[in-house]
Design a protein around this ligand. Structure first.
Ligand SMILES: [Zn+2]
Length: 492
């Protein structure tokens, strides 16, 4: 064992004079009047440990020698008797945090005491510290650091464990212990609620040995609930994607929380609509307008593919004028340059099939005209009459061209969701935040190379989707102001 406290002190004369062989040696040094320099202990910062020496280990790692310096360390945990008889001295090597990025080899010289109470069932006991309880081989601060890195930095438990030099279960348990209070908190009331779904991995199937048919073993879908008006991020999630699954989560909330929800944004999905109507009868439903435009663009694409097949008797390929403008048709008409616009008109005017594509393209733009009434675009809240008038204009266009079956289907779908579209335009509530948090949820699954355990997945995803919120609440005292500028009016 290397030189004792003198090494910390830097006293060359004293170096080598005292040998830290055991606790007894330290007691001898103390008796001889050697004063321990506690600066090193204060810097090391583990309560109850006094650093006696620092050396360089074989691998270049810092080797920190320390002894117990805690009142009551000699107190028997069984009967409370203070012992004065050392049974033996052992060197424990609990894992500890790195020092300036380098690993530290902690050598804790600790005593095993003999209990002097003859009636005590415990014959002997060893010293323990608040940071290193009995039977623990890792300091509390290393455990906390690993848990915090997974929760706040977004790395995986495997990576945190590798960096800390601990096992995956220890790192994962540290993470779970850290975040469980966060997950148990009930969400604060939200005015605008978002519902979306995502899938973890592929579904699992099993073959029925009698019938030979496949049956689903595990549903890999999760329905997630998001705070769209506040900053709580993901509020919760539930396995499965039936109306009952979504309603189950909503039923778990308090009646006051359910009453506070004013608008619920969903994709054009009847399952969520049914769950919301059942559990939140007072809330208005809004469909996400991105999905409305996406449906119209898809319809225009369907018509273009059918028209090309009718015109050429084959699928479109590069060189066909109608195929060449397919990306221009997907763009918003107001962002097209005059040349692009002329190219579309010239191509679609050339044939009867092109005219059919033009009908679907105009229908898409008529539907977009409805969405342009949003306060975000115009700067003022529209009235319901205006929105329904523009929708009527879209229906009228589709009805006048009912020989195009795709337009009839589109108009029927839009009519089914008309009230929800009107609510979305009037309130301006979109599911954009749900989609962005959904992306984080999927990213988390990729970082983990997929999850095997649904409970672990829910915990990791939920923490990932509320990380920004927790960060903001910690820096809420910041006085930095951010200027918010609105969209500038088009000079043209
Ligand atoms: Zn005892």
């Amino acid at each position: 064992m290397p030189g004792g406290p003198a090494a910390c002190r830097g006293d060359e004369e004293a170096r080598g004079s005292y040998d830290l062989g055991s606790y007894q040696d330290i007691k001898h040094q103390e008796a001889a009047g050697i004063v321990f320099y506690d600066t090193a202990s204060a810097l090391f910062g583990v309560e109850g440990l006094r650093v006696t020496d620092v050396d360089t280990g074989p691998g270049g790692a810092a080797e920190v020698w320390a002894v117990t310096d805690l009142p009551g360390a000699a107190c028997c945990p069984g009967c409370g008797t203070v012992s004065s008889r050392v049974h033996e001295t052992v060197v424990a090597r609990p894992g500890d945090v790195r020092r300036a990025g380098d690993p530290v080899d902690l050598r804790w010289v600790k005593r095993r005491w003999k209990c002097l109470n003859g009636e005590c069932p415990r014959g002997t006991f060893t010293e323990s510290l608040p940071q290193v309880p009995p039977r623990c081989r890792v300091t509390g601060r290393l455990r906390e650091q690993a848990g915090a890195e997974v929760a706040e930095r977004g790395i995986t438990p495997a990576e945190a464990a590798r960096h800390a030099g601990i096992s995956w279960p220890v790192a994962h348990d540290a993470f779970a212990a850290r975040v469980s209070p966060v997950l148990e908190e009930r969400p604060a009331p939200v005015a605008h609620l978002g519902i979306d779904e995502h899938r973890r991995g592929r579904p699992r199937w099993c073959k029925d040995p009698d019938t030979g048919e496949y049956a689903q073993l595990a549903d890999r879908w999760h329905v997630c609930f998001y705070d769209l008006s506040g900053s709580q991020g993901m509020l919760g999630q539930v396995e499965g994607r039936t109306a009952d699954d979504a309603a189950y989560w909503l039923a778990g909330a308090t009646p006051a929380w359910r009453d506070a929800v004013q608008v619920v944004a969903i994709d054009m999905c009847t399952i969520f609509a049914s769950a919301v109507r059942r559990m939140l009868p007072r809330a208005k439903l809004a469909v996400d307008l991105f999905h409305v435009v996406q449906l119209a663009v898809k319809t225009a694409g369907d018509v273009r593919r059918r028209a090309i097949r009718e015109l050429y008797g084959r699928r479109g390929k590069s060189g066909d004028p109608e195929y060449g403008i397919k990306h221009l048709l997907e763009r918003n008409v107001e962002t097209l340059s005059p040349d692009d616009f002329a190219k579309i008109i010239g191509t679609l005017d050339a044939s009867a099939e092109g005219q059919q594509i033009a009908l679907a393209w105009i229908a898409k733009e008529k539907l977009r005209d409805v969405l342009k009434l949003r306060a975000r675009v115009t700067g003022s809240t529209p009235c319901e009459r205006q929105v329904r008038d523009r929708l009527f204009s879209f229906y009228d266009w589709c009805a006048r061209h009912e020989d195009t079956p795709e337009l009839v289907t589109l108009a029927n779908t839009i009519a089914r969701w008309e009230d929800e579209i009107v609510t979305a335009v009037l309130t301006g509530v979109t599911n954009a935040r749900s989609e962005s948090l959904n992306r984080i949820a999927k990213l988390e699954a990729r970082l983990a190379y997929g999850f095997r355990n649904p409970a672990n997945q829910r915990r990791r995803v939920r923490i990932a989707c509320t990380r920004g919120t927790r960060r903001r609440s910690r820096t809420a005292t910041s006085t930095r102001e951010r200027t918010v500028t609105g969209r500038q009016p088009n000079p043209g």
